[in-house]
Design a protein around this ligand. Structure first.
Ligand SMILES: [Zn+2]
Length: 367
């Protein structure tokens, strides 16, 4: 039923349009044109600060529970001037950029599904189509949507890789912004007058538990910046880090450990330490018995694919929709090696993934 050739063409068309986070205008124009053929008009639904455009939404009336169908249209760097090429059964970039299958694959799948539903007059439940922007830089597109603007009963977020995975669980993430202020001094003439902020930070980091903490928890210091010259004892150092967990108590414990070590190290050396903790998003968990999961699993089996219900260590717009009260899961439409220049997509996965989403949607129809 899916028009495979059109689906793959749409995907390739989309990939060729630059759409780094906050610069999604070109991709938006493509969506507008595509949907105009089906007499659908996109309206803006919340715009993140600094964005060229906002999230784009439209509605397809139907019968049954109301479904949110979402994919984000922005991509990570290097994502300018992508040249997609077919190699065997795969589509890849030319190796100098990402491919952008994260998440143009999801976007192409949604466009194909809309086209098929309308062309073939297929009965379906009410669909809230939502293309989000600026997902890759902290979900700030989805975060710009207010609660009363989203009314769906359930959500399907197309943003994974493997087409056999139903992602029903994602962690909470806290970011840490740290500034350690020591004291500058000439490194050769008056070293005893200085307090080395880099050394203070290093001592704390060396003691920190980082990486995989346990099955549910991870932590990282991802950025360190400080110092001016070899002959100056560095006065200031800035750190950025994060902790994630599916378990809030564990998350609190991890963040506290990181903070305590930084504060203790600073105190010991007579440095000052400022730490700001910001909640990036909250965790969610959809019961494996939930009808949303059950319907997707059924659609997968129809495609001879064995469903695997699993959790992710990453955050996505699904975290935001769940927070806004819409039980949402994440499904893949085939991208792999995402966020790298080796990113690729198996064309048959894009097709099968799209079929699964279409079958899931149809499963919700109540005549
Ligand atoms: Zn993505």
């Amino acid at each position: 039923m899916i028009n495979k050739r059109r689906l793959i063409k749409t995907f390739i068309d989309l990939v060729k349009l630059d759409s780094l986070s906050l610069r999604e205008q070109k991709a938006a124009e493509y969506l507008r044109k595509y949907l105009k053929r089906y007499h659908l008009r996109l309206r803006e639904l919340g715009r993140p600060p600094g964005g060229e455009i906002g999230n784009l939404a439209c509605h397809l009336p139907g019968r049954g529970p109301r479904l949110l169908l979402n994919a984000h249209i922005d991509t990570v760097s290097p994502g300018k001037g992508i040249r997609p090429t077919k190699r065997g059964r795969y589509i890849r970039s030319d190796g100098t950029t990402i491919l952008g299958a994260d998440n143009k694959a999801g976007v192409a799948a949604i466009l194909e599904i809309i086209a098929i539903l309308i062309e073939k007059n297929i009965p379906h439940p009410p669909l809230d189509i939502l293309f989000t922007v600026a997902e890759e830089i902290g979900l700030i597109g989805a975060k710009a949507i207010s609660q009363d603007e989203l009314k769906a009963d359930y959500g399907l977020v197309l943003d994974g890789g493997d087409i056999n995975k139903i992602i029903n669980q994602a962690p909470t993430q806290d970011n840490l912004f740290v500034t350690i202020v020591g004291k500058a001094a000439h490194a050769g003439i008056h070293p005893e007058e200085g307090i080395n902020a880099i050394k203070v930070a290093s001592a704390a980091i060396a003691k920190m538990k980082l990486g995989r903490i346990d099955q549910e928890t991870t932590a990282n210091i991802g950025l360190i910046r400080g110092g001016k010259a070899t002959n100056i004892i560095p006065e200031e150092v800035e750190l950025k880090g994060e902790a994630r967990s599916h378990n809030l108590i564990k998350l609190k414990k991890q963040v506290a450990q990181m903070k305590n070590l930084l504060q203790a190290s600073s105190r010991q050396a007579g440095a000052k330490c400022r730490i700001q903790v910001e909640r990036m998003y909250n965790s969610f968990r959809i019961e494996p018995e939930h009808q949303l999961v059950a319907r997707v699993a059924k659609a997968m089996r129809q495609e001879n694919i064995k469903p695997q219900i699993t959790k992710t260590g990453g955050g996505s717009d699904a975290n935001i929709f769940n927070e806004l009260g819409i039980p949402s899961i994440i499904l893949g439409v085939g991208a792999d090696h995402v966020h790298t220049k080796k990113e690729q997509i198996l064309m048959s996965d894009l097709v099968a993934g799209t079929k699964i989403v279409l079958a899931t949607i149809r499963g919700f129809y109540r005549g």
